[in-house]
Design a protein around this ligand. Sequence first.
Ligand code: IPE
Ligand code: IPE
Ligand code: MG
Length: 257
Amino acid sequence: MTSPSTPQRLDDEGLRALGLDPARLPVHVAIIMDGNGRWAVRRGLPRVEGHRAGRAAIRRTVEAAVELGIRVLTLFAFSTENWRRPREEVEALCALYEQVLWEETPELARNGVRVHVIGDRSEFPPSLREAIRYAEESTAGNEVLHLVGALNYGGRAEIVQAARALAAAVCRGELRAEAIGEEELASRLQTYPLPDPDLIIRTAGEKRLSNFLVWQSAYAELHFTDVLWPEFDRQALVEALRDYQGRIRRFGGLDAG
Ligand code: IPE
Ligand code: IPE
Ligand code: MG
């Protein structure tokens, strides 16, 4: 299952050969991994087989991110709304993520990947929480790539939790309400201190954010592809990066030059 492979970071020439400008890579790429169910149904398979096939795409994408020199990769794996799915599918997803964390962590650790998990893990079974803790602790010293798994994650829930933390700080007399600005809120989000995503990719043709990184996506570039998540690969990531590099990011100002 875990064939040893050590992704090597491409040099500038290697990046240019792929049509990429090494000086304008996004620092943080975030992906809404969608379309596992459709992939399976199209093959007459149960939906859970789509999630299993999605595992290989996660692996390919993490390796490609290391090769391409991306510093932060966030993967939306389970939303706060996904509990609405049939119990068997939710249980299969939890079991799959638990397995992925146990089996992939040693190689991620060797490759310099640091695993972070955002979202409310307290609602997960203890065995999944244990696998998350193992992955985070065994990769804590790494910095080639920050791999952020969003599990039981919802952007609104994250903002609510930050608002509660701010209110509690005000009640304790540590913070004045008038002193609350964007930085005070942003620093209480689970993604802190990682930078906001430069590029958000969504697979499988839907054009919405589905409660992903609601605060952090304010100035992200969005790339939508019809590719279903189990078929996502390095080529699809490179295409998204080329699309990103064709955009002009104004941040409300005027074009440079
Ligand atoms: C994304 O694939 C994976 C998760 C939400 C966990 P879906 O399961 O949403 O696939 P579709 O949208 O039904 O095809
Ligand atoms: C978003 O996909 C959540 C994840 C990829 C984990 P969904 O398939 O759950 O989103 P909707 O329901 O189509 O908006
Ligand atoms: Mg979906």
